[in-house]
Design a protein around this ligand. Structure first.
Ligand code: G4P
Length: 293
C-alpha cells in the first residue's frame, strides 16, 4: 500500500507562489518540528530563486527539544541564507525572535521606504495560518487545510518595518519517499481518506519501541515491550480497552488511539526523524544516482 495524496489546488498554489516571489524578501518556511525533513518540499529551493529562508520549526511544544536543537544546527550549517527557529505558533510570545531573524537575513530591508516583505509557505497542517494570525495579532488566514491563495493576497503591515503576505503559500507534501510519507501520516498531515491507520500505527509503534520506549511504557502501563510491532500494538489496544466481540483486540481502534495520542502530545514530546538519519538516507540516494524528488 502506498500513501498518495495531492489535494487538487496545489498545482495552482505553486504557480501563485512563483508569481509572488519577485515581491518577497524573505521566505518563511513553516515545518513541523516533529518531522522537519518530511514536512518540507524540496521544490521550495527552486521557487525561492535565491531568496533567504527562515525555517520555522513549528509545534515545538510537541517535539523532543533535544532533537529540535540538533535540527536547528543542521539547517543553519547548510547555508548562510538559511536561519532556523523553533516556535509554537499558538504561543504568540514565541514569535518575537522571528522578526529579528528575518531582518538578519535581509539587512538592507525593513527601513523606512523599504519594508521587508515576508511570504509564509509550507505543506498543509504545519501551522501556517496559525502563525500568520499570531503575527498579525488577529484572525486573517483561515486555519486548516483550505485551498491556498483563494483571493488576491493582501499585505499586512506588522508595524515594525515588516510586511506580511496575508495568505500562506501551500506546498504539496513530498510523498515520493514512503518512509517520509509514513511519518507525515503519523503526524496528522495526510488526509484521513488517504491513509491506512493500521499501517501507519505499525510503523509508529516500531519507531517508538526503538527510540522512545519509556514513553510507550508510561502511557500504556506496559512492562517489557514485545519485540514484534504487531504484538505491541495489540498490547496497547488491550490496555486501552479497544476490544471487539469475544475479547479480541480491535486493531483499527488500537491504531487510531495510538495515533491520536501522538498527535495530541499525550504520548509525550516526540520527534519522528533525526538529522543524522536523514543525512544518511540522502547520501545513499545521491550515491545510488537515484533522482531526488
Ligand atoms: P496550515 O495553515 O499550515 O494548514 O495549519 P493550521 O494553522 O491550520 O494548523 C493546523 C493545526 O495545527 C491546527 O489544529 C492548529 O491549531 C495546530 N497548530 C498550529 N500551530 C501549532 C503549535 O505550535 N502547536 C500545536 N500543538 N498545534 C499547533 P486543528 O486541530 O486542525 O485546528 P484547531 O482546532 O486548533 O483550530
Amino acid at each position: 500500500m502506498t500513501i498518495n495524496w495531492f489535494p487538487g489546488h496545489m498545482h495552482k498554489s505553486r504557480k501563485q507562489i512563483a508569481e509572488l516571489m519577485p515581491r518577497v524578501d524573505v521566505v518563511v518556511e513553516v515545518l513541523d518540528a516533529r518531522l522537519p525533513d518530511a514536512s518540507s518540499n524540496p521544490l521550495l529551493t527552486e521557487l525561492r530563486r535565491g531568496r533567504p529562508c527562515l525555517k520555522i520549526l513549528n509545534k515545538c511544544d510537541l517535539a523532543d527539544p533535544r532533537v529540535t536543537d540538533d535540527w536547528i544546527k543542521a539547517f543553519e550549517a547548510r547555508s548562510r541564507q538559511i536561519r532556523a527557529l523553533a516556535v509554537s505558533a499558538v504561543r504568540p510570545r514565541d514569535l518575537m525572535r522571528l522578526s529579528r531573524l528575518c531582518r538578519s537575513l535581509a539587512p538592507s530591508r525593513g527601513v523606512p521606504g523599504k519594508p521587508l516583505r515576508i511570504l509564509v509557505v509550507g505543506i498543509p497542517n504545519v501551522g501556517k495560518s496559525t502563525l500568520i494570525n499570531s503575527l498579525a495579532g488577529r484572525r486573517i488566514a483561515k486555519v486548516g487545510d483550505k485551498p491556498a491563495i483563494t483571493k488576491a493576497p493582501q499585505q499586512v503591515d506588522l508595524r515594525n518595518g515588516l510586511l506580511l503576505v496575508d495568505t500562506p503559500g501551500v506546498l504539496a507534501p513530498n510523498l515520493a519517499d514512503q518512509q517520509a510519507a509514513l511519518r507525515l501520516a503519523a503526524s496528522g498531515a495526510i488526509g484521513d481518506n488517504a491513509m491506512d491507520y493500521q499501517l501507519v500505527a505499525q510503523f509508529l509503534v516500531e519507531f517508538l519501541r526503538q527510540h522512545y520506549p519509556s514513553l510507550l511504557q508510561e502511557r500504556f502501563g506496559l512492562g517489557e515491550l514485545p519485540e514484534e510491532s504487531e504484538v505491541l500494538l495489540e498490547a496497547i489496544g488491550r490496555q486501552r480497552g479497544c476490544l471487539a466481540a469475544g475479547g479480541v483486540v480491535d486493531r483499527q481502534r488500537a491504531a487510531e488511539t495510538l495515533l491520536r495520542d501522538l498527535q495530541s502530545g499525550r504520548l509525550g514530546r516526540i520527534t519522528l526523524e533525526f538529522p543524522e538519519a536523514v543525512a544518511k538516507v540522502s547520501a545513499n540516494v545521491a550515491k545510488s544516482g537515484a533522482k531526488q524528488p
